[in-house]
Design a protein around this ligand. Structure first.
Ligand code: FMN
Length: 218
């Protein structure tokens, strides 16, 4: 398993310094500094021909796009099991009433799921209690199999777990692409000496998608 030497504390410390720097900039510049480049994969439907089968939603929250690509791979794998699958950004506020089950995934920033996905879960809490739910997290730190790393990873979902009854979950190591970051995020990444690397394990991602919801969807 790949290890990364940058700790969450480093990210948080760098964020504090950059937040202070950002506070000094005027509001227009501040807005530009937090904007990420456009993400290409936003929406996809897999298994259109599987119209007689259960429909699954895969929704994701991303900043630099790597979580969207993981969501697309999960959607593709699920469709190969015969399901009709819609992959959609959480920013499109997908409606759950059309779906038998839902997979929700988020990138990690500063030790947490992205706020738009937490807000989506809060807004749909009662619907989510009635359908099978699976979660995936895309991250770069605390990648070890030791207890400290595992519990640090679980901590990324501290705001999410209490909102849900039952769920399956997976953690996938992600990608750092400095060119896809907002100015502020790039500053933080550079301060903790993060470098470009893509550590996504597509076999692991597809393996998980090929077994998730096994009991609910058999
Ligand atoms: C500013 C910034 C902060 C991050 N904070 C964390 C963190 O606290 N823990 C972690 O495991 N990964 C952290 N990461 C790594 C991202 O979660 C990882 O690069 C992920 O693949 C990004 O997903 P995205 O491309 O969908 O935005 C951070 C990355 C950036 C750029």
């Amino acid at each position: 398993m790949p290890k990364n030497k940058i700790s969450r504390r480093d990210f948080l410390k760098a964020a504090g310094i950059t937040a202070a720097a950002a506070a000094l900039t005027c509001s227009g510049l501040g807005y530009a500094a937090t904007r990420s480049p456009e993400i290409e994969i936003a929406k996809a439907t897999f298994g259109k021909e599987n119209t007689m089968n259960k429909r699954i939603l895969v929704t994701y929250a991303t900043r630099a796009g790597s979580t969207a690509e993981v969501a697309a791979a999960i959607g593709d794998s699920l469709s190969q099991r015969g399901f009709a699958v819609d992959v959609s950004s959480v920013k499109d506020n997908p409606q759950l009433k059309d779906y038998h089950s839902v997979v929700m995934g988020s990138a990690i920033r500063m030790g947490n799921w992205l706020p738009e996905m937490v807000d989506y879960i809060k807004a749909n809490q009662s619907a989510l209690k009635g359908i099978p739910v699976a979660l995936f997290t895309v991250y770069m730190q605390n990648t070890g199999e030791d207890e400290t790393s595992r519990s640090a990873r679980q901590g990324y979902l501290a705001a999410v777990h209490p909102l849900l009854n039952q769920f399956e979950e997976a953690f996938f190591i992600g990608k750092m692409d400095l060119s896809r970051l907002s100015f502020l995020d790039r500053m933080i990444a550079k301060m903790v000496k993060a470098k470009d690397e893509d550590l996504r394990d597509w076999d692991k991602i597809r393996d998980w998608a090929s077994t998730v919801f096994a009991s609910e969807l058999s």
